[in-house]
Design a protein around this ligand. Sequence first.
Ligand code: COA
Length: 148
Amino acid sequence: MTDINGIWAIEKLSFPTPWSRFSFLAELGHSLSHTLVAVPPRLRLRQIWGYLVYWVVADEMHILNLAVHPQHRRRGLARRLLAEGMAQAREMGARVAWLEVRPSNAPALALYHSFGFQEAGRRARYYDDTQEDALLLAYYWEEGEEEG
Ligand SMILES: CC(C)(COP(=O)(O)OP(=O)(O)OC[C@H]1O[C@@H](n2cnc3c(N)ncnc32)[C@H](O)[C@@H]1OP(=O)(O)O)[C@@H](O)C(=O)NCCC(=O)NCCS
C-alpha cells in the first residue's frame, strides 16, 4: 500500500501548483500508470522520500511526475527513481520516453540531460500558474539497449 499522504506532502513542498491528493489516488488505480517510491534504508521509518509517476502507452513512456523531499535532495534519489522507471518502461516495450519541464527548472534539466534526454519541442504557455512555456524532452532508446 503506497502512502499517499507521504507523497502528497512532498508534492506540496515541490511544485507551485501541486497535484491534488485525488490525482495521486487516480494514478494508483489506472492500469497504464506506475508509481515508484524512494524510502529510507531498511524501511526503519515509515516514510517516503521521493516518487516517480509514469505511464507506458504502446511503445512510449510518459514521465508525469518526479519529486524528492527537499531534505533528501542531492543524494541520488531522483537518479535512482528515474533509472529504475526507465528500465521498467523499457522492459514493457518503451522505445521513447517523453516529459515536460519548465525551462527555469535547472536541477531537473541537469538531471534529464545527464540521462541523455534532448529537447524535442516547446509547448507555449503550458504552465497556467506562471504562463511559462514547457520544454518537451525526449529520450530514444537504441535498439538492443536494455536500460536508460
Ligand atoms: C529535480 C529533483 C527531482 C532532483 O532530485 P534529487 O534527488 O535531488 O536529484 P539527484 O540527487 O538524483 O541528482 C541527480 C542529478 O541531477 C542534477 N541535479 C539535481 N539537483 C540539482 C541542483 N540543485 N542543481 C544542479 N543540478 C542538479 C545533477 O546533475 C545531479 O547529479 P550529481 O549530483 O551527480 O551532480 C528535485 O530537485 C526536486 O524534487 N525538485 C522539485 C520537483 C521537480 O522540479 N521535479 C521535476 C519536474 S520536471
